[in-house]
Design a protein around this ligand. Structure first.
Ligand SMILES: NC(=O)c1ccc[n+]([C@@H]2O[C@H](COP(=O)([O-])OP(=O)(O)OC[C@H]3O[C@@H](n4cnc5c(N)ncnc54)[C@H](O)[C@@H]3O)[C@@H](O)[C@H]2O)c1
Length: 314
């Protein structure tokens, strides 16, 4: 094999080397979805000095997110991690965006809405006509194809997966995922942006659930099967994995923390995307989601959080 052929063979087939666009200077960041992840992303982005536009389906949800951020930043002040002035100026940099037309000012928009491909597609289709040509779009999806989401936009070259971890202010990692069309300028600008948030990047290819959730969520799903089959109770399973495998929290506690709807969506993406029955979502996980018992965010999941201490629901 010639040297040229070897080099070509070793080149990353998933990288699009398109050139020619100037790097984007990011000053204002739009965030769509003000839930667990959207409020965490807004928190770290505003503390890093960027202007933030925050949108959700209602003003009330954004106000809840602002109250959560205020509480979380105040805890950081109490622990000496930031000053009161840092908190106040960060909160002052976050503006409510009543509709996507407010994102006309944004240099980067991060989509952090519900893990449902239809929801995300509709958001992206409505968003694109409002954006300036230079604006980049990132999706915080846990599992959905970046290439497919990018394909509904008018700018697949400027679209990238930015998978923050929960809780965003605490977790150091951001997984970055290029779609098939993502260009190098977008990747480098997004990487630099993530690094200004004091996060560490790992790069994953665009396959279902990327790296972290490809490994983590089947483990969580297996814990639900273990419960479903009566191998152990909620407490027994979580205790076993905390003390027996040194996990910082049990897998069912973790599922409640992630959100059971998100866990189920990720398993469905893995099951359908990889066409392998080993990823089939546990029927008990489906039942909890159907009941609206989605974990911490609805006060009930594998544990009931409505009292002083969490109580197992099975
Ligand atoms: N929960 C986790 O641990 C975690 C970790 C990493 C990434 N993610 C991903 O982040 C995204 C959000 O997850 P989350 O845990 O914050 O969920 P969440 O349920 O806490 O929040 C989702 C928010 O999206 C809003 N939303 C729904 N449709 C919308 C629309 N059309 N326009 C604007 N807002 C809309 C909802 O009102 C809600 O406030 C998902 O893609 C999820 O997979 C979640």
């Amino acid at each position: 094999m010639s040297q040229t052929a070897t080099t070509a063979f070793r080149g990353n087939p998933f990288v699009n080397h398109a050139k020619g666009r100037e790097p984007v200077a990011i000053k204002t960041v739009g965030i769509i979805g003000a839930g667990q992840m959207g409020n965490g992303i807004a928190h770290v982005v505003a503390l890093a000095g960027y202007n933030v536009l925050l949108h959700d389906i209602s003003r009330e949800r954004v106000e809840t997110a602002l109250a959560t951020m205020n509480g979380n930043m105040s805890r950081q002040v109490h622990r000496g991690k930031i000053t009161e002035e840092d908190r106040d100026s960060a909160l002052a940099r976050i503006r409510y965006a009543p509709a996507v037309d407010a994102f006309n000012d944004a240099d980067l928009v991060i989509e952090a809405a519900t893990e449902d491909e239809d929801v995300k597609r509709k958001i992206l289709i409505a968003l694109c006509p409002q954006l300036k040509p230079h604006t980049l779009i990132g999706s915080n999806t846990s599992s959905i194809s970046i290439t497919r989401l990018a394909a509904v936009t008018d700018r697949p070259e400027q679209f990238i997966g930015l998978h923050f971890m929960n809780p965003v202010p605490v977790m150091e990692l951001v997984e970055m995922i290029r779609g098939i069309a993502t260009d190098e300028s977008t990747f480098h600008t997004a990487r630099h942006f993530v690094e200004t948030l004091n996060k560490t990047v790992t790069v994953a290819e665009d396959f279902p659930a990327f790296i972290v959730n490809r490994i983590l969520l089947p483990m969580v799903n297996e814990a639900v099967y273990t419960l479903y089959e009566g191998v152990g109770s909620v407490e027994a399973i979580d205790l076993a994995m905390r003390l027996g495998a040194r996990h910082p929290m049990g897998p069912l506690q973790l599922a409640d923390f992630i959100g059971l709807d998100t866990c189920l969506s990720v398993m469905q993406v893995l099951y359908e995307g990889l066409a392998d029955t080993k990823y089939r979502p546990c029927p008990l996980l489906v039942k909890y989601v159907e009941a609206g018992w989605l974990g911490r965010k609805t006060q009930r999941g594998f544990y009931d959080y409505r009292g002083e201490v969490p109580v197992p629901t099975r």
